[in-house]
Structure formats: C-alpha cells, structure tokens
Write a protein that binds this ligand. Structure first.
Ligand code: ADP
Ligand code: MG
Length: 238
C-alpha cells in the first residue's frame, strides 16, 4: 500500500470562494493513531478544510485519500460508511428530540445491530445517562457539545474530525472533553481536532498543523510549534 499507515492524505487540496482562496494547495498526512490538532487564526481556512475532508464541500482542486483510496468524489454519507465521521462547528443536533433519539438517528447511518446497547454505552461514557430523555435544546452548552461528539463517535469511525469541540466550555468541561478525546484515541480512533484554546491543544495534541491564509504554515509537535518564532508571530500575535 503506497500510503503506508496514512489514514488520511490530501494532495493539493484547494477551495476558492469567488476570488478568495480559503484553502490553498494543502498537502496533509495523518497517520493511524494520531491526535492531530489543526490551529491557526480566525479565517485561516480550518473549518473549510475539514468540510472538504468530509465531503460537506467540494474542492476547487486537489484530492482527498482515505486509507489510500481516492474519496474526493464520495458523498459525506459514503465517507461515513467508510469510517470517517465529523462534528461540525455549528451545532448539528435535533433540538426537539431527546438525547437518546439524537444518538439513534446518528447510529442508524452506519450501525444495524444492537443500537440500543450502543446508545447506553455512549450515554455512559459521555456522562449523559441522566439526560437520556432530555430534549437536546434543554441541555447545558457543554453537554450539547458532548452529545455531538458522542453522535459522531458512536459510528465506530476510524477517523474522527472535530471542529472546536471545547468552544464555549468552562475549564472543567474542557478538561473533561480532553479526557474524552484521549478515551476515543485509546479505542483506536485517529483524530483531527480544530481548536484555538492552546491549553486544550497542549493537553491532547500528538502533532500540530498550523494553517495560515489557507496554507500549511508549520507542522510538528506542540513543543516545536510553540517555539517556532514565525508561528508566534502570526498565530500568537508576537
Ligand atoms: P476558520 O475555520 O479557520 O476560522 P473558515 O474555514 O471558516 O476559517 O473560513 C476561511 C475563509 O473562507 C474566511 O475568509 C471565510 O470568510 C471564508 N468562507 C468560509 N466559508 C465560506 C462560504 N461558504 N462562502 C464564502 N466564503 C467563505
Ligand atoms: Mg472555523
């Protein structure tokens, strides 16, 4: 297999919105078992990149490979069936439905058997058991984020993409989210996580990619990234 252990690879991935190049010839490679954090200033193209990876948006140019296979023309649904899953930045729960019903809808996309048992297991590991019958709209903000991660991860993905999973969370909730990320990774899930809270990034990242004006600006360990003077200049504002 030419990709070795790469779960995800992109080649020249580009997205233009009219004259704006939101994602500019991005070559990305994520290996099995990684927790990759994608950081960068507001408007750097992070969310757009994840949408391209997941098939929510079509690229202007370039290719997405999942486990060595070109998935660029596959729908989002087909990518989910192949083992990719994503939590978007904008909430995607059904507010009128209960936590349990939301999980059920998500699981039906890929799982056929033992759905109820899986829902119970997810509720347990995400600390949502008491809230099983609560309407999603009535959840606390942090719990709603966890429900979305639970929905995305319940599909047994090999690769999970999370867009700002800790946004708007308290310190305690953010720490809990980091624990959940590690738990999912321990279960064998490779993760790509967009986040701007650098403490959260420090607590989860095994590797970091910095995006700036749509381009990969730097890549390395969190230590390498934090010590990189160019990164400090564009990202940390120094
Ligand atoms: P980030 O997630 O890093 O903050 P985004 O990917 O959301 O950045 O946006 C990157 C750039 O693309 C921004 O300039 C944004 O305004 C623009 N953009 C994003 N989505 C669209 C869209 N659907 N139409 C036009 N411009 C967009
Ligand atoms: Mg974004």
């Amino acid at each position: 297999e030419p990709d070795g252990e790469a779960v995800l690879r992109t080649d020249g991935l580009t997205k233009r919105f009219g004259g704006l190049v939101a994602v500019d010839e991005v070559d990305l490679r994520i290996d099995q078992g990684d927790i990759r954090c994608l950081i960068g200033p507001n408007g750097a193209g992070k969310s757009t990149l994840l949408k391209l990876l997941m098939g929510r948006l079509d690229p202007s140019e370039g290719t997405v490979f999942y486990r060595g296979e070109d998935v660029t023309d596959l729908s989002q649904h087909d990518r989910v069936r192949q083992g990719m899953s994503m939590k978007f930045q904008v909430p995607a729960v059904y507010g009128d439905l209960s936590v349990r019903q939301n999980l059920h809808i998500s699981l039906q996309q890929r799982i056929e058997n033992d759905i109820d048992a899986r829902i119970d297991e997810r509720l347990e590991s995400f600390g949502l058991f008491e809230e099983a019958d609560t309407r999603a709209d009535d959840l606390a903000h942090g719990q709603q984020q966890w429900l979305e991660i639970a929905m995305a991860s319940a599909l047994d993905p090999d690769l999970l993409l999370l867009d700002e999973p800790a946004a708007g969370m308290s310190t305690r909730e953010t720490e809990r989210t980091a624990e959940l990320v590690h738990q999912l990774n321990d279960q064998g899930i490779t993760l790509l996580v967009i986040e701007h809270d650098i403490d959260f990034v420090r607590s989860i990242a095994q590797s970091v990619t910095v995006l700036h004006q749509g381009e990969v600006f730097a890549e390395g360990t969190i230590e390498e990234i934090e010590e990189n003077p160019d990164v400090r200049r564009i990202y940390l504002g120094e």
